[in-house]
Write a protein that binds this ligand. Sequence first.
Ligand code: HEC
Ligand code: HEC
Ligand code: HEC
Ligand code: HEC
Length: 450
Amino acid sequence: MKKFIFVCIISLLAIQLESFPQVKAGDAALGTRKYEDFQKAKFCGASCHVDFYQQWTQAMMSQAYTHHWDEIEYFKLAVPHAEKDPVVAGVKAGCNGCHAPISFLAGDVPPPLPEKMSMANESVNCDVCHTITGFEGDVPYNFNYISQPGKTKYGPRGKGNSPEHQIVKSDFLGTAEFCGTCHNEKSPYDVWVKSTHLEWKEGPYSKEGVKCHNCHMTNAEGITASMGTKYPDARQHLFHGAHDPGKVKGTIELRIYPDIREAEPGEKVKFTIALFNQKTGHKFPTGSVEDRIVWMHVEAVDSKGNIYHLPVDRKGFDGEEYTIGTDVLAYQDMGIALDDPDFKGVQRDGIPLGDRIFRMPYFDPQGRMTIQQWNTKSLGADYRFAPRETKIETCIFNLPYDIATGELKVTAVLNYQKLVKPVADFLNVLAEESEIIKVNEHSTTITILP
Ligand code: HEC
Ligand code: HEC
Ligand code: HEC
Ligand code: HEC
């Protein structure tokens, strides 16, 4: 009898749920909307939100689907891989949950190529963000945002008169969790392969109430629509990150100093470098960590202009070999998509041997380093800069007997590349994606005695 009543209650509940259909989120939202449910950014920005529109067109947000490297990675690697390997089959649709949300919600898989100029090219546009009302579950990740497109647009104030749409106040857009729905990602092997929001949450800034918005959507006096009120704190839609060299520059500050100021040829001098992360609210590098490479190069120049490269001293931690420039091959799993099962891989780092690399390596199911975050089964040592962290490195220099006497200048430079150069070259990615950005540098001097 008890069992019967229990079954009845459950069935009643089920009927109830069905009559109030919930808005689906994450993978389940695939194909739950139509393209016509969304406006194009140009519609929002042509005459009303001119400033925000122009800012957005210069941010990666507007190119999340069309950007050359995204197109290559999705169509050349991810889609063919998904068609061959059932474990990763879901990414054929899933990449678009974050990169072309409108196509994902419309169930268009794979979306038309960028050259077709379809709605997919809207990437992450105004109407995607301003119709998100929350997220499903406890942790924002893998596009688990709740999208409710329509005449109602959600914003921070809920004020203002628009001839085009209703404005409803939502605090959700102002939270870091909103950003986290796309800026945290788990691979099909259940590994965190993107964790910008999680890194922020465990770091100092979240405790101080400094959000993503404070650094990427800064407040300034201005209007938010052409006919609108002037506010002292209008949210600038800058979304500047790795593709803005100015944002990356100065992220880490370097100070280098010797243990002795005067030395003779044949002596050992220890140079210590303190590297301080003064700028990021999450780790550096963050986001597409599988692609990024940050490395420190130390060089000494004697009074005759001879140059000596100083390799970094080893610290001896587990997995350190992935944090020192070397000439081994990696990324063999690109061979799956490229139909070359014997693919030998390309150079892992493409930087001077012996330089210190600040990274976290991603490994495929065979334990080889990969840039395919969807094919990531485990992670290596996390040797990135946490927010406000200072790392100490040393380089011991055995002064050669033929070194010139006089001043010896030693410089530490921290460099950054969005995509490891050998991979960029192999896949014909535009040069700007592997351009070297100098994050910072510092020099010191010692005197070489005769
Ligand atoms: C990636 C998501 C995202 C995109 C894309 C986006 N916005 Fe926003 N927008 C936000 C967030 C977040 C806020 C601020 C929310 C807060 O502070 O609570 C905001 C604020 C606004 C505001 C109110 C500003 C204020 O200070 O009152 C307007 C108007 C606006 N956006 C229009 C646009 C338009 C037009 C576009 C397209 C050109 C656009 N947004 C694209 C996320 C986005
Ligand atoms: C205290 C300032 C600060 C805060 C807070 C902050 N960021 Fe950043 N962010 C930066 C700086 C500086 C960079 C440029 C250096 C870099 O690429 O990491 C950056 C870079 C990025 C990048 C580009 C990373 C890449 O390699 O492409 C993304 C994406 C990003 N931030 C998202 C976020 C999100 C999401 C949050 C909130 C969860 C956030 N940021 C919070 C300062 C901040
Ligand atoms: C609907 C998904 C989505 C949401 C929500 C979202 N982003 Fe993004 N964002 C992306 C994607 C996808 C990219 C990468 C574009 C590319 O390079 O292909 C990106 C890129 C960025 C970049 C530029 C990184 C670079 O390489 O220069 C910054 C900064 C950034 N987002 C910050 C934010 C912040 C801050 C928020 C919250 C206010 C936010 N994003 C919300 C999907 C989203
Ligand atoms: C959970 C959301 C999400 C999913 C799913 C996702 N991405 Fe991304 N992707 C992002 C965000 C956010 C960034 C920007 C991070 C950053 O700036 O480092 C990004 C960056 C990239 C970049 C680097 C562009 C650059 O900055 O140089 C490529 C390429 C890319 N994604 C391709 C893919 C492919 C292919 C898939 C599917 C296998 C995929 N992404 C799945 C959110 C996602």
